[in-house]
Design a protein around this ligand. Structure first.
Ligand SMILES: NC(=O)CC[C@H](N)C(=O)O
Length: 321
C-alpha cells in the first residue's frame, strides 16, 4: 500500500477526531464532580459545575465541537497570554522583561510569596496575577479606557469575532472583591515596578480578565498561535513570530499555574487556563483548541477539562515531548 500523503494524514486524523470527540467528552464528564466552581469572584459562582465543552479548529478552518461549547464565560487568566503579546508588540522584549521575569514560581497564581525574595521585586512571570498586573501597566494608551479598548480590539482581531466584549457584571464584582490583587499592586507600586496609579492598572487588568468568550473564540485565538502568529484565514501576520514563541514557552512552563509540570507530562501542549473554567491550548501547525468546564481542581484548572485534554493528547499522540 502507498504511504499516505500529508493531506491524507491530516484528513485521517480529523475524521478520527470527528468520530471520537463526543465519546471522549462524555467519558470525561464525570470528572466535573471532582471540582468546584470558583466563588472568590462572586459572579463566577453562578456557573454550572456540570458543564463541559470543547471546540477544535484545524489549520484549514474546519471545526469540530462537543458538549456545552455554546456557553460563554470570561477569559480570566487566559487573557494574560494575549496582553503579554500586546505589551511585547507595544514595548518590545527588553522593556517587558525589565519589569517581569521568565521563571515559574511553583506557587498559586495569586501568591505574593516570592515577590519579596528577589531584587528588584519584579514578578517571576507574566502568567501569575502579579506579573499580569505589571503587563497591564505596559499596554500603550493614554489611560485605562484606551488601554482596555486597544486590548479588546486586539482580542477581537485574533478571535475573528467583532462581538467579543467585556462582561461588566464580572468586572464589577471582581473589582469590588479584589483585596489580594490590590495589595499586590500597591506592593509593586511601592517597589517602583508599576509606573501608573494602582486603580488605573487594576481597571485594565480586571477588564481584560472579564472579556467574554466561547470555546470557539478560544480555539480561533489559539489557532493564530498554532500558526506562528498568522491569521489562519487571510495569512496576514498578526503577531511577530518571536513573540508567539515567547508566549507559547510561558504557556508550557507557567500556563497551568503550579500544575504546569504535571500538565506538560500528561498532555504536553502549550496551554493557558482561567478560573472561569476555560483552557486554551494548541497543537503547533495543526489545531487551535478551546475547552470550558467551570468545576476547578485544587490548583485552579478545569478538572474535567484537563482530563479531556489528557485523553485527546494520548489518543491522538499530540504531546510535543
Ligand atoms: N487564575 C485566574 O484566572 C485569575 C484571574 C482573576 N481575574 C484574578 O485576578 O484572580
Amino acid at each position: 500500500m502507498n504511504a499516505m500523503s500529508n493531506a491524507e494524514v491530516i484528513d485521517h486524523e480529523f475524521n478520527r477526531l470527528r468520530e471520537k470527540l463526543p465519546l471522549w467528552l462524555q467519558e470525561n464528564r464525570r470528572f466535573c464532580r471532582d471540582g468546584k466552581v470558583a466563588s472568590y469572584i462572586p459572579e463566577l459562582s453562578k456557573a454550572s459545575g456540570n458543564h463541559l465543552g470543547i471546540h477544535i479548529i484545524d489549520a484549514s478552518g474546519r471545526s469540530l465541537s462537543a458538549g456545552d461549547c455554546g456557553v460563554a464565560f470570561t477569559m480570566q487568566s487566559i487573557s494574560k497570554v494575549f496582553t503579554l503579546l500586546l505589551a511585547l508588540m507595544d514595548r518590545g522584549e527588553e522593556a517587558v522583561f525589565d519589569k517581569v521575569g521568565m521563571e515559574p514560581t511553583g506557587d498559586q497564581f495569586n501568591s505574593m510569596l516570592k515577590l519579596e525574595l528577589v531584587q528588584p521585586s519584579i514578578p517571576f512571570n507574566p502568567m501569575i496575577n502579579a506579573g499580569a498586573i505589571v503587563i497591564s501597566s505596559l499596554i500603550n494608551g493614554s489611560g485605562p479606557a484606551e488601554k482596555s479598548e486597544r486590548t479588546l480590539q486586539f482580542f477581537r482581531l485574533l478571535a475573528g469575532n467583532n462581538k467579543l466584549d467585556f462582561d461588566n457584571d464580572v468586572y464589577r464584582t471582581e473589582s469590588a472583591s479584589a483585596d489580594l490583587n490590590r495589595s499586590m499592586a500597591y506592593f509593586l507600586k511601592d517597589k517602583g515596578v508599576l509606573a501608573c496609579p494602582v486603580d488605573e492598572v487594576l481597571e485594565v487588568y480586571f477588564k481584560h480578565c472579564s472579556i467574554n468568550a466561547t470555546c470557539s473564540d478560544l480555539a480561533r485565538m489559539a489557532l493564530v498561535l498554532a500558526s506562528g502568529g498568522r491569521d489562519p484565514v487571510t495569512g496576514a501576520a498578526l503577531i511577530p513570530r518571536r513573540y508567539v514563541q515567547i508566549a507559547k514557552t510561558f504557556m508550557i512552563t507557567c500556563g497551568m499555574y503550579n500544575a504546569s509540570g504535571q500538565f506538560a507530562i500528561q498532555v504536553g501542549l502549550p496551554a493557558k487556563s482561567g478560573v472561569a473554567g476555560g483552557i486554551l491550548t494548541l497543537v503547533p501547525g495543526k489545531y487551535g483548541i478551546g475547552v470550558f468546564g467551570p468545576a476547578l481542581n485544587p490548583k485552579g484548572n478545569s478538572s474535567a477539562g484537563v482530563r479531556l485534554l489528557e485523553t485527546l493528547s494520548k489518543e491522538m499522540n499530540w504531546s510535543l515531548f
